[in-house]
Design a protein around this ligand. Sequence first.
Ligand code: F0G
Length: 366
Amino acid sequence: HPYDQSGVWRFRELFPFATSPSQVVTLGEGNTPLWDAPRSAHYAGLKRLTVKHQGLNPTGSFKDNGMTTGIAQARRLGARAVACASTGNTSASLAAYAARAGMHGIVFIPGGRIAYGKLAQSLDYGAVTLQIEGNFDDAMRLVRDLARTTPLYLLNSVNPFRLEGQKTIAFELLQQRRWQVPDRVVVPGGNLGNVSALGKGFKELHDLGLIPRLPKLTVVQAEGAAPLVRWYAAHRVGNLLPVNRPKTLATAIQIGNPVSWLKAVRALDWTDGICTTVSEQEIADAKAIIGRDGIGCEPASAATVAGLRRLVSEGLVHPEEDVVAILTGSALKDPDFTVQYHTGQLFTDAERETHLAYAEGHLMST
Ligand code: F0G
């Protein structure tokens, strides 16, 4: 059964619900590679760095891991239409899985602010694609209100069935490493569902006695969209204050009011984790370096390597730590960003040249 070829459903004994094979809609999600990234490691100041590339999922992002379990629940409930707000990847994934399941997909995206590859996907998969006037946080509010008053089944990561599938990224990662727990796992932070899911996954394995300790979860946000980092900087007092006009070229994580922030804090508390910010230039440079490893990713994913570089230079990450970075999305998602970067349209030539010279120099020396 295709069930067993899924990198998510093969861990089904660790889900808190039973599913019959007829309810499962799978595109063979998960099963993503773990690669050594020596140039990225050197760039970040680490002895070694491994990346798990979730961009090799069927729709090109880590969202597929959670979408397959979310859609299974929608089927169990007899939903005919599923919906989400998205910065592009959730919507691409929802559109594909809804199409496979024979359901209506309805996606709300911030008009003009998502990468073209992602927009193209939801159109081709046949979802009703609604570009709203406003940002992701506005779209999120809109679709949550709608889901309360209509039969639309909400498939954002506020839906716990999404997080169940997404937690298997932790399982697969450990299985690939023969259950050797890394010191640290780094993710970009947007709506904060991913770090919540990974925290749950690692904690459950620890509670079951399958691993002796937890990796320190580390969240990297873009400077212009960093409500979580700000909350920590304000000594964790009160509720998270939303960033009203979140701004970053890494549009996937252009989010000011992350719905899963409390779960994310819990995950960081469980694992002794930390969070940090990175600049636009740092994200872009790190992305080009990841490319030089023959790997590549979308801008948001590159925040991981940029964040590591910052944390190592600040002494918060030790150069000898055993670190895994989760690359959340494919390099093909946002070609505009990449071309603009390499043709000098994003940053001044001087900055770019310094960086590329560095990359060349290192290329020669390895
Ligand atoms: N990286 C990529 C490529 C993403 O698409 C997202 C989120 C994140 C990182 C952040 O993950 O939200 O779990 O903290 N994308 C969502 C979307 C918001 O709508 O596609 P997170």
